[in-house]
Design a protein around this ligand. Structure first.
Ligand SMILES: [Zn+2]
Length: 371
């Protein structure tokens, strides 16, 4: 299974300066490669191939020491491949008749990661991480690195000046015992974060709501400062740090929930809500992005696969409108929190939806595949 493990790096000042130079040089190379492609496209309408670009920048890397001297050959290749993919996507969308934006230049502030191959300019050296042209950097191994992950290495800067390294790789097939036990339906609610068909409601924790309030306040303050002034930068770093913290808290929270769910249940039924639909609907968009469904789903999926638990997607249509007792459609407005039906069914709105989701998973065609 493909996995990524991320660790915090603790470079000293000198190493930080060297890392900054690597980022700046990578950014420069990316932008120059982009310019090269733009130039060729303008004059011939053709795309430049990856090998042609590599050929060109391999020479440049040698000849222009002060511009590209700290760049690793593999990193440059990865960088050019990244650009190649961006262009492939651009041309694909052009063909489809879309109007895609031409790939844009990246400002240095937004250039945040460089890729390596393990053993080529980056490797473990005792309890430090050796990086070519930088030295032995302190790393906090909060968990051990699985052997299969030591292939693809990404060096990145986040939230102001925090450095991270992540290892990506395949750690082999896992074939867990299939589980027997409880099946549960989950509704991704609007008011509560998650509702289970057994009546459990899980809300965004209070500390997260408090942190979001703090973030909003910090953003307001930032908006009132003169752009690029020293106070503005001060404030901007504060906002970034808050964002980072909240993202971490939310990820941690989702890890705990999905871990508990995949341990406890044998079958989990969820709605097939596409983020596109949610974001297109103005009324839903805030809570949708806020609750980060995509993150929840991807965590649920990979944890379920490891735990031998089955996740079934069902059609989301009318799950909140239909009565889970008798199946009649009972129109409710978004503000209506309680489901009550003439058949005697009395439930929280989201729990009612969760029961419907579970029902669909049990009688839908997907259940055959699952079994
Ligand atoms: Zn009913």
């Amino acid at each position: 299974m493909q996995r990524t493990y991320q660790y915090r790096l603790y470079p000293n000042q000198e190493q930080q300066d060297a890392l900054d130079v690597i980022m700046r040089q990578s950014c420069l190379l990316y932008n120059e490669a982009l310019e090269h492609r733009q130039h060729v496209y303008k004059h011939t309408g053709q795309s430049v191939s990856f090998p042609a670009q590599w050929e060109r920048f391999r020479e440049d890397r040698k000849a222009r020491g002060e511009d590209f001297g700290l760049l690793n050959a593999t990193s440059v290749q990865q960088l050019l491949r990244r650009l190649d993919k961006t262009f492939a996507a651009f041309f694909r969308r052009l063909k489809q008749g879309d109007k895609p934006g031409f790939p844009r230049f990246k400002p240095a502030q937004r250039f945040r990661s460089v890729e390596y191959r393990y053993g080529d300019g980056v490797r473990f050296k005792g309890d430090k991480l050796y990086l070519q042209h930088v030295g032995d950097i302190g790393i906090r191994l909060h968990r051990s690195v699985p052997g299969g992950c030591l292939k693809h290495v990404v060096l990145s800067r986040k939230a102001g000046n925090r450095w991270f390294v992540s290892f990506q790789g395949d750690d082999g097939e896992v074939t867990p015992e299939p589980k027997s036990g409880i099946a549960i339906g989950v509704d991704m609610g609007l008011m509560s974060l998650l509702a289970f068909s057994d009546g459990t409601l899980i809300d965004n924790p209070r500390w997260l709501r408090r942190a979001l309030r703090r973030l909003r306040h910090a953003q307001r303050t930032l908006a009132r400062k003169t752009r690029f002034s020293s106070r503005w930068w001060q404030c901007k770093r504060r906002v970034e740090a808050l964002y980072w913290k909240i993202a971490n808290q939310r990820r941690d929270f989702f890890h705990r929930i999905t871990h508990r769910m995949t341990n406890e249940f044998a079958l989990i039924a969820v709605e097939n809500i596409s983020p596109k639909f949610m974001l297109a609907n103005k009324h839903l968009s805030l809570s949708a992005s806020d609750a980060s469904w995509a993150m929840f789903r991807s965590m649920l999926d990979y944890k379920a696969e490891r735990a031998g638990c089955i996740v079934i997607e069902v059609d989301a249509q009318h799950t909140s409108q239909a009565c889970s007792g008798c199946g009649r459609i009972k129109k409710k407005r978004l503000s209506q929190r309680w489901h009550s039906c003439t058949c005697g069914c009395q439930l929280d709105r989201d729990v009612n939806a969760a029961v419907n989701v579970l029902k669909r998973a049990r009688c839908g065609p997907t259940v055959a595949n699952a079994a």
